[in-house]
Design a binder for this molecule. Structure first.
Ligand code: F58
Length: 830
């Protein structure tokens, strides 16, 4: 116990209590943290105390690596990747960090010896829900891969006090509850109260003479302070720990004095509240951009703090901003941080007295931009009026960037005024709006989409004019997901089996090594292992659903899963139409031989998106009827899993047999859920959309259930005048399924409830659900046949896992490093 009396320090190498990884050291450290940080002792510790003590124990070990990494990076002077993202959907830290530190098993043993319930401790953690969906989760996967690949990197974002809402289901409807993730403390972050930057809003600008030059001064009417909160991000099996730095908004301290001096107490309080509102809550929209003033404030707030921080680091290391773009490359995760382009110009010109040309040269060579959507309603624009009122100096800079840019366009495409209007940063047609995707494109040296098909569509549609001008700037980097979170943490049984087959755990850092599983796809003994693993995972999920959702499902049935944000383009309602058709077939022919299935849905709807909320209600209503119907409920079950988030999702990936990736072709930029399921051995039923195309290429078309019209075919159908109601006249089962919804059967006789949904499908069907219905049903029939042949099914499942190497986020990050960022690993040594 003598170690316990030593003061904690990352410097002393003998200081094992804070750094050692042996069972005894972990036990000691845990008791020490419980005592000194929480003021508790073993006998009285609640599960939450235990979680906190465990988290601090793990964090200490990460800090040791983090400090050493920072030293190594500093000495190397290597280029640093700054990943700017309004969202980071990290998921629970504890299990992931135990895995990456390589101490999951020894910690489990240590816990057992202390009489702790290890699973209950893991369960205590409330995840930081600082993201909406795919885009935020991608950022988290990329942080994991950057650290694992030993790339110097900082993630910059916002420390929202309330993350994405918690979803409750009441009477089948989604009800939103605020997410108070910080209520019980966050042991993973380190507040950096001294690391703070001012961010201005409102007011006006004026010019002044400075050394014979005309310069601009911005006199704001609100100054907000951004304070840093740091979370270490440890790589897998390496000593590198990178930094996630999130900004929290506060009123500057001087504020209180002002209040006393001027006597305007309420005015001061109001301004304080206004400042702190900026990082209060994450916008829960995954689509139309509603032009909310607070959202623009959030974007500018975190972009400005992050750039000021980079400038501080650059000046500290080099004393000059000249080589800024050599020291930093800034990746813009969609347009949400795009204002950084104008802000870097402002900082260089106004605050660091640079001239426009050299400042622009630095800016243009610093940024790279990733686009994540083609949906026109999701492309961000801000009215010039709002932008100018909130950020008057930034508006001047945007105008100047635009003026110089359009001069170049004019030279290149003489006389093509229509093109100039299309490319302008200002959309003059819709009440004068700033097009953030254009600002990001003009200010970046590289622009990429997130899957091959999507990147091609970016070049041929939304950014076509820019591609004509600068073809060399356009790239594709297909998304990927981290196998640490989505195989090891989610599916430890599969992870063990893979390690056994490969001979070691090298596949975790090089997923292409899973190709060595291919010969086992026909091995009878291996099939038995595979079946046992899958059955165990399905039993676990069944238990979990019984305890958490109160539904019974049979692990012997085919688990057919669709989890993602609820959106018409993702077509959860197409899945529902299939279920209703199966139901009707069984009702008409009770002895019909169908493969028994359990349908699982999960996902949140944007609170203001009524059609998405109605789709949730429909799923729950259909579930209620089918699950209670004794004629069918031995063969059909429908479950809506409430509150889909990273933590809950981890129960699904190992247990799914079929993954539904059925978006309208051309609408899903990539998808990443498709990857998570396939690398856990689910087969995909999917359209030719996003990364589905590449997944099918990799796993082989014979191991993928493809259906549906292509994007071009759908476009043609639409151009010819799409009349969904006519499809219904020819397809008896489709008509009948829609009629059944309209009849009130699923709504206790209420014929009005689902009318908006049925009529939307019949008379508009913007995402062409009806056009793909028959192809989908036919393919689903083949799925059922395939399921009847377990040997064949398992073979396909094994081959899916063996061939998913491309979709590790390590591959994506390597692509970014080689093609875009031009950075190399800097290994940190312990
Ligand atoms: C998603 N976008 C794409 N946006 O839809 C998906 O295809 C892709 O795989 C993923 O990005 C990663 O590239 C997405 O999740 C958002 O959630 C935004 C949040 C902020 C408001 C606008 C949508």
């Amino acid at each position: 116990m003598s170690d316990m009396n030593r003061p904690g320090s990352a410097v002393g190498e003998s200081d094992h209590i804070r750094t050692g990884l042996s069972k005894e050291q972990l036990k000691q450290a845990y008791i020490d943290n419980l005592f000194y940080l929480l003021g508790r002792f073993l006998e009285v510790a609640t599960p939450h105390d235990s979680y906190m003590a465990a988290a601090y124990t793990v964090r200490d070990r990460m800090l040791d690596r983090w400090i050493k990494t920072a030293r190594t990076y500093k000495a190397s002077q290597a280029r640093t990747v700054c990943y700017l993202s309004a969202e980071f959907l990290l998921g629970p830290h504890l299990a992931k960090n135990l895995i990456n530190l390589g101490i999951m098993e020894v910690s489990r043993e240590a816990g057992a010896e202390l009489g702790l319930d290890f699973e209950a401790i893991l369960e205590q953690e409330e995840e930081p829900g600082l993201g909406n969906g795919g885009l935020g989760r991608l950022a988290a996967c990329y942080l994991d891969s950057l650290a694992t690949l030993q790339i110097p990197a900082i993630g910059y974002g916002i420390r929202y006090e309330f993350g994405i809402f918690d979803q409750l289901i009441e009477d089948g409807w989604q009800v939103e509850k605020s997410d108070v993730w910080l209520r019980d403390g966050n042991p993973w972050e380190l507040p950096r109260p001294k690391l703070r930057f001012p961010v201005r809003f409102g007011g006006h600008t004026e010019t002044f003479q400075d050394d014979g030059r005309v310069r601009v001064r911005w006199i704001p009417d609100l100054v907000v302070e951004g304070r840093a909160y740091d979370t270490p991000i440890l790589g897998y099996g390496v000593s590198n720990a990178n930094l996630l730095r999130l900004w929290s908004a506060h009123a500057p301290e001087s504020f209180d004095f002002q209040a006393f001096n001027t006597g305007d107490y309420y005015g001061a309080v109001h301004a304080k509240v206004e400042a702190e509102t900026i990082s209060k809550v994450l916008y829960p929209n995954d689509e139309p951009q509603a032009g909310k003033e607070l959202r623009l404030k959030q974007q500018y707030f975190f972009a400005s703090c992050s750039l000021q921080d980079m400038i501080r680091l650059q000046l500290g290391a080099a004393g000059t901003l000249e080589g800024f773009h050599e020291k930093f490359v800034v990746q813009l995760n969609d347009t949400h941080p795009a204002i950084a382009v104008a802000e870097l110009m402002r900082l260089l010109i106004d605050e660091h007295r640079m001239d426009w040309e050299p400042a622009w040269e630095i800016t243009r060579r610093t940024f790279a931009f990733t686009n994540h959507t083609l949906l026109p309603e999701a492309l961000e624009t801000w009215t010039v009026a709002l932008f100018g009122r909130l950020l008057p100096r930034l508006l001047e800079i945007v105008y100047e960037i635009n003026r110089r840019f359009l001069d170049k366009v004019r030279m290149h495409f003489l006389g093509d005024e229509a093109r100039i209007a299309r490319m302008s940063l200002i959309d003059e047609g819709h009440g004068r709006r700033i097009r953030m995707a254009h600002l990001a494109t003009v200010g970046s040296f590289a622009i990429n989409g997130v899957a091959e098909m999507h990147s091609e569509l970016v070049k041929s549609t939304i950014l076509k004019d820019f591609h004509d001008l600068w073809p060399e700037r356009f790239h594709n980097v297909t998304n990927g997901v981290t196998p640490r979170r989505f195989i090891i943490v989610s599916n430890p049984r599969l992870a063990r089996l893979l390690t056994e087959c490969c001979g070691d755990d090298g596949w975790v850092r090089d997923m292409d090594r899973l190709r060595s599983l291919e010969p086992l796809a026909d091995d009878v003994g291996f099939h038995e292992d595979w079946r046992r693993m899958k059955t165990a995972a399905k039993r676990d999920l069944a238990d979990w659903l019984r305890r958490r959702v109160g539904v019974n499902v049979d692990p012997e049935t085919l688990f057919d899963v669709q989890v993602k944000r609820i959106h018409e383009y993702k077509r959860q309602h197409l899945n529902v139409l299939h279920i209703i058709t199966l139901y009707e077939r069984l009702k008409a022919e009770p002895n019909r031989d169908v493969a028994p299935r359990t349908f699982v849905f999960g996902g949140k709807a944007a609170p203001g998106y009524l059609m998405a909320k109605l789709i949730i209600k429909l799923i729950n209503s259909v579930a209620e009827v089918i699950n209670q119907d004794p004629q069918v409920n031995d063969r059909l079950r429908v479950v809506f899993m409430p509150d889909f988030n990273v933590k809950n999702a981890q129960h699904l990936y190992p247990a799914a047999d079929l993954s539904e990736q059925i978006s309208m072709a051309g609408k899903e930029a990539s998808g990443t859920g498709n990857m998570k399921f396939a690398m856990n051995g689910a087969l995909t039923i999917g359209t030719l959309d996003g990364a589905n195309v590449e997944i099918r290429e990799e796993v082989g078309d014979e191991n993928f259930f493809l259906f549906g019209h292509t994007a071009e075919q759908l476009q043609r159908l639409q151009a010819e005048g799409y009349r969904p109601w006519e499809i219904c006249n020819d397809r008896f089962e489709l008509r009948s399924a829609l009629d059944l919804i309209a009849s009130g059967l699923f709504s206790h006789g209420d014929k009005e409830l689902f009318r908006p949904l049925v009529e939307n499908l019949l008379y508009q069907d913007p995402f062409m659900v009806l056009a793909d219905y028959e192809l989908y049903l036919d393919r689903q029939t083949e799925v059922s046949h395939a399921w009847r042949d377990p040997k064949h099914w398992n073979r396909m499942s094994i081959l899916n896992v063996a061939r998913m190497g491309k979709f590790s986020s390590d591959r994506s990050i390597r692509d970014y490093c080689e093609r875009i960022w031009r950075v190399r690993p800097v290994p940190a040594e312990l």
